[in-house]
Design a protein around this ligand. Sequence first.
Ligand SMILES: [Zn+2]
Ligand SMILES: [Zn+2]
Ligand SMILES: [Zn+2]
Length: 257
Amino acid sequence: MDLTFLGTGTSQGVPLLTCTCRVCTSPDPRDRRFRSSVWLHDKDLSIVIDTSPDFRSQALRASIPKLDAVLYTHSHADHIAGFDDLRTYSVKNGNCIPIYADPFTLSRLEKAFDYAFDLKVRSPAYVCPEPHPITGPFSIGSATFTPLPVPHGSISTTGFRIDIAGQPRAAYLPDCAAVPTPIRDQIRHIPILIIDGLREEPHPTHLTIAQAIEISQDIRAGQTWLTHLTHQTLHAERDASLPTPVHLAYDTLRLTL
Ligand SMILES: [Zn+2]
Ligand SMILES: [Zn+2]
Ligand SMILES: [Zn+2]
């Protein structure tokens, strides 16, 4: 199973509209960040986590041929706004696409995209979501997902531990202000940790890069990849100063789980 980063940027993306800072004008493609999302794929299975406002461009860039399911971490706009572009995948998937989200996130999706969820008004041309409320670990094909609820300001987001053939392989925690001990206990020694590393300065709803490094070291993660990055982080410069084995993720990066 491979994991491709479709986006590694914070909610406004990088470059930030109108900004002329050194990161927003950097010629390094790793400094161009679509909103955060990942694609899990092998020859049989194709799953995205979140549909960002950039989802259409991300799916074109990665050449995503089909989708078997969509998982959502939470309902902030930078994670759900691309929902309507699931249309083609919904049709290709037999006019139905399984949507996995915690009950609160699902209720927000139903509100935001009522025309797709409401059977009374749904047109055959719309996305046809098949809601799966997340209440515990669940499997799709060879992958098992364990929900990891983490605080994110006034809400909780659902991160995921991804197990392949019964082995924990990766954890995805793109939006969190902390990782409580019971959650850390579920991802100790995880081979691949993908975690919120928003910026250097503290933020009420996100981890700083230093906080993300502390978590990586505490749980003794293997490779650690920081995501949900702002335009304050210049890839080449900051990546070179991170402690091994912590790195900045970048759009199009592909990992093998
Ligand atoms: Zn976000
Ligand atoms: Zn900028
Ligand atoms: Zn968020």
